[in-house]
Design a protein around this ligand. Structure first.
Ligand code: BES
Ligand code: MN
Ligand code: ZN
Length: 489
């Protein structure tokens, strides 16, 4: 389901809309710019603020009905104390979700000083909060339908159009990523991932290359192919090239793990909650979503999106624990646990990235359960081989409202990857699984500056996240976009 956004200047009190959301910071008097609206509501806003029926706390909301002209309903949403630009995303998200629950199809949003980052975030928040994956449900007349239109109320459309457009671009990228994430594994196959990448390519005239099993064999991608040998579905290595920068300028490479289902393989996972492993392609979805956003934003930079997509299945042809395979860069890997498959796929995709001579490589992967234990659903794990690029990622995390936290990748952790028979094994022996996984990847990121995002806890959530219901979150689209924007001309 898509949503149309529009920009409108002038006083919100005269807006004919079923719902106007008004974002207010905590414990502050009603701003002057709202006096007309408040008057049309008979002074209700000032009254609920004074009586503390509405305190403006984060995630708080209060619905007021309007008997007169203008908006039919006014939803006050709290921004919290000392709100930063990300508070607007959250308040708009809460408003978008409430709109869906109410069943209104269009709404408007107002906040003070809705310019630049705050305006961009208001668009993104409304989209995040109202997004719904209904494609596989039989339409139900009794169930409210999601929002299809939202108007951003600004003081002036002069100088706000660019931020508005960027918000719409990023929101579109997130919606692609979340839809791919929500799709079950029998619908979102490696083939479907490739098709979606081609769609983005067609829309924006980007070069899209798709390699299958045969091409990967020719490139000696024994690590990726070891994972794919257990499934009859053709694995896909996808490259999407966006050229917004100078000719010949080294691109940024965005790399994503695209496991359309991860059963664990022969080292099979427990049955309980195994269905969540359809989300094991959220890194890839983040790459496709980011490419869509970057192309829409026309960022002046070259970017290549790279995806490794397959499924990890137990079968008579599957890889076995103890097997040794040779990756495309010539290194041999002893497979101790077939459930550590993401790193095997990414190993060869990272080697493939070398041919683009990238200025920087950032990969995102739902790589380890350990990162969920360490950081939960809030921060993604950030690691890499260069502190400068890690700092850039952390700054992108903060700008994009997708928090990240660096984990220590000191050499001591790497000891665990020593193998008796091969150059390395694919798992460590004990704790710090996120760090040993990153150390494994670093063996294939030797020729460029690289950062790794472990988004296993953040790309989707098993719990409700206030502005986002449980399921796919759109992470890491914004982190990718902000990283790229930070390097654009
Ligand atoms: N896709 C999983 C990681 C994962 C686990 C994501 C839970 C989201 C929630 C990955 O392929 C995996 O199975 N990792 C193993 C590695 C282990 C065998 C070293 C893990 O984390 O348990
Ligand atoms: Mn696994
Ligand atoms: Zn996996």
């Amino acid at each position: 389901m898509s949503i149309e956004f529009s920009l409108r200047s002038g006083d919100p009190s005269r807006l004919g809309t079923p719902l106007l959301a008004v974002a207010l910071p905590s414990d502050r008097a009603v701003p002057k710019s709202l006096s007309a609206l408040d008057k049309s509501l008979g002074g209700a806003i000032a009254r609920v603020v004074r009586s503390k029926d509405f305190k403006g706390a984060r995630d708080e909301s209060l619905l007021l009905l309007n008997a007169g002209r203008g908006p039919e309903r006014v939803l006050l949403v709290g921004l919290g104390a000392a709100p930063d630009h990300n508070a607007v995303t959250r308040a708009a998200g809460v408003a978008g979700r409430r709109a869906n629950a109410m069943g209104v199809r269009t709404m408007a949003f107002w906040a003070e000083d809705l310019t630049t980052a705050r305006l961009e975030n208001a668009v993104i928040g409304l989209s995040l909060g109202s997004w719904d994956y209904a494609e596989l449900r039989t339409p139900n007349k009794d169930k409210p339908k999601p929002l299809i239109g939202a108007t951003l109320c600004v003081t002036s459309t002069v100088g706000t159009k660019a931020a508005f457009n960027n918000g719409v671009a990023i929101a579109a990228g997130q919606r692609i990523a979340r839809t791919l994430g929500a799709m079950p594994g029998n619908v979102c196959t490696p083939d479907h991932i490739a098709r979606t990448a081609r769609d983005v390519g067609k829309r924006h005239k980007l070069k899209v290359t798709v390699l299958g099993r045969a091409e990967m064999k020719r490139l000696k991608m024994g690590s990726f192919l070891a994972v794919a040998q257990g499934t009859p579905q053709d694995p896909k290595l996808i490259a999407i090239e966006y050229k917004g920068g100078r000719r010949g300028e080294a691109p940024i490479a965005l790399v994503g793990k695209g496991l359309c289902f991860d059963s664990g393989g022969i080292s099979i996972k427990p049955a309980d909650r195994m269905e969540w492993m359809k989300f094991d392609m959220c890194g890839a979805a983040g790459v496709i979503g980011a490419m869509e956003a970057i192309a829409r934003m026309k960022l002046k930079v070259n970017v290549v999106g790279l995806i490794g997509s397959t499924t990890n299945m137990p079968s008579g042809t599957a890889m076995n624990p103890g097997d040794v395979v040779k990756a495309a860069n010539g290194k041999t890997i002893e497979i101790i646990n077939t459930d550590a498959e993401g790193r095997l796929v990414l190993a060869d995709v990272l080697t493939y990235a070398e041919r683009f001579k990238p200025q920087a490589v950032v990969d995102a992967a739902t790589l380890t359960g350990a990162v969920v234990i360490a950081l939960g659903n809030i921060h993604m794990g950030v690691l890499g081989n260069d502190q400068g690029i890690i700092d850039e990622v952390l700054a992108a995390n903060a700008r994009g409202g997708e928090p990240g936290w660096q984990l220590p990748m000191t050499a001591d952790y790497k000891e665990q990857l020593k193998s008796d028979v091969a150059d390395m094994r694919n798992v460590g022996v004990r704790g710090a699984g996120t760090i040993t996984a990153a150390h494994f990847l670093s063996e294939f990121a030797t020729n460029f500056k690289w950062a790794h995002l472990d988004v296993a806890g953040t790309a989707y959530s098993e719990i409700d996240l206030v502005m986002i219901p449980r399921g796919p979150t759109g992470v890491p689209v914004r982190t990718f976009v902000e990283f790229v924007r930070g390097r654009a001309r």
